[in-house]
Design a protein around this ligand. Structure first.
Ligand code: GDP
Ligand code: IMO
Ligand code: MG
Length: 448
């Protein structure tokens, strides 16, 4: 079988800059596929000076000959998708509707999934800090085999109504028991509305398998734009502080309907510092003016975590929440390497880390952990909410560099930046091939 699939995968807790490298890799690709999650993702593309915050449509849409696919592993909020299509058209991206294909097997997020997301969080002693986009409850219905798929929207309205009626039964019982009568779903109303969305999108809804098999037979390049990340994976992440899909590479291949034999390259994506939004363990987290609900506290922003957040503009693309920030964590990278089969690393925000170093006078890299009395170089999987978290062991480097826009080769990088990259490569065991020097698709050094 031809091998021409490149998978882009986040190595930490999301927002590593996957959208940028996926979009850039899509330049020579025939197909770009979103495979997991939904509009919990926020991928920022900066192309020809236009900033596009995309949640569902793969970033490859900016190239006029690329076909973009929303794969069967995605959960789809159709209202968000329709407004994203409008945004892209307004931005002057050509033939968006002709080039966007939606797998009929994709599951649909309905309004009650969003209400349930909030309700389940409220039930918890330790909330996950979800994006409240209905992701978990939609996957829950999918697993329970009561989900509504895109194909169902093309059924006669009466049949769609019957399916929704069955799906909402347990949810309506729950809403009523919690005096949430305003959330009780009405199958007739929903069937009418979602049948109309089906009509609006009927030219995009398709069986994607012939498109994929043609591309593999022709040896066309296929890019999978991973969403979320390794540590947010339902099986391999910080359960229960995770999302409800499998963003690791094997999960994205499944969600994109791709055979593993077609895989050529896996690019792991990370930032030169790390961030997390939502709750859960974060060994290298720095103190910051953020309260336990994730909101900013008034302060003079002098804490290390505040410096990183402000210089990195670390506020969620989806929810605008301030992101928790910390130093680069290499034990996680080493674990990601083997769980995801990472060939190369794309290290973004090298410019920002230089600014952080200028402000603080140093930068740090966590090269191993002290955990339960031992020194380890991987992420332990027996942590839970009541356990100790690993204590980072840092290598501290002299900090501070600037990278100007003419710097296009590895050799031209400041020596301190090169030293930082060497330390990361040694501790993680992964070769850094792509270096992000700014937000635009072209702000990337590719190392031979
Ligand atoms: P994703 O979810 O992994 O696609 O990442 P997000 O788009 O949520 O967050 C990454 C943020 O960093 C976006 O605002 C990008 O425009 C920005 N970005 C990506 N790479 C770089 C880089 O190398 N330098 C700088 N300064 N910004 C970057
Ligand atoms: P991209 O693709 C950052 C996090 C949420 C929360 C947890 C569960 O932009 O990197 P969910 O709504 O999925 O049930 O929330 O997962 N989360 C993300 N964090 N980037 C993302 O996507 C995320 N998608 C989910 O913050 O902690
Ligand atoms: Mg993001």
């Amino acid at each position: 079988m031809n091998k021409n699939v490149t998978v882009i995968v986040g190595t930490k807790w999301g927002d590593e800059g996957k959208g940028k490298i996926a979009s850039r890799e899509a330049k020579e690709a025939k197909l770009v596929i979103r495979a997991t999650g939904g509009n919990n993702a926020g991928h920022t593309i900066v192309f020809n000076n236009i900033k596009l915050p995309l949640h569902l449509v793969p970033g490859g849409i900016v190239y006029p000959n690329t076909i973009c696919i929303i794969g069967p592993g995605v959960v789809l909020d159709l209202e968000v998708l329709l407004s994203e299509i409008e945004l892209l058209k307004k931005a002057g991206i050509p033939n968006v509707e002709e080039r966007l294909k939606i797998s009929g097997r994709t599951h649909v997020i309905l309004p009650y999934h969003k209400e349930l997301d909030v309700l389940y969080e409220n039930f918890k002693k330790h909330p996950v800090g979800t994006t409240k986009r209905g992701i978990g409850p939609c996957y829950g219905d999918k697993n329970n085999r009561t989900g509504i798929r895109i194909y169902d929207l093309l059924l006669p309205e009466k049949e769609l109504k019957e399916k929704i009626e069955e799906a909402i039964k347990p949810h309506n019982i729950l809403f009523k028991a919690n005096n949430m009568n305003e959330c009780v779903a009405n199958a007739e109303e929903l069937a009418k509305r979602y049948h109309e969305y089906g009509e609006l999108l009927q030219n995009q809804i398709t069986d994607i398998s012939p498109i994929i098999s043609d591309a593999i037979e022709n040896n066309d390049k296929i890019v999978v734009e991973g969403a979320q990340a390794f540590r947010l994976d339902l099986d391999h992440g910080d359960y229960p502080m995770v999302t409800s899909s499998n963003p690791v590479v094997s999960g994205t291949l499944c969600g994109a309907a791709l055979p593993p034999q077609a895989l050529k390259t896996v690019i792991g994506v990370d930032k030169a510092y790390n961030s997390r939004v939502g709750n859960g363990p974060f060994p290298t987290e720095l103190p910051a003016s953020i309260d336990e609900n994730g909101n900013l506290i008034e302060s003079d922003l002098e804490l290390e975590g505040d410096v990183v957040r402000e210089l990195g503009h670390e506020y969620g693309t989806t929810t605008k929440r301030p992101r928790r920030c910390g130093w680069m964590d290499c034990p996680i990278l080493r674990s990601a390497k083997y769980t995801c089969g990472i060939d190369f690393l794309c290290l973004n925000h090298l410019d920002t880390l230089g600014q952080i170093g200028l402000k603080l006078g140093y930068v740090k890299v966590c090269t191993s952990y002290k955990y339960k009395g031992k020194i380890i170089n991987y992420y332990p999987d027996d942590m839970n909410l009541s356990h100790e978290i690993p204590e980072p062991i840092y290598e501290t480097l002299e900090g501070g560099w600037t990278i100007d826009s003419n710097c296009k080769t590895y050799e031209a990088l400041p020596e301190l930046a090169k030293k930082f990259i060497e330390v990361v490569e040694k501790a993680s065991g992964i070769k850094v091939k792509y270096l992000g020097t700014g937000p635009a698709n072209d702000d990337l050094i590719v190392r031979d």
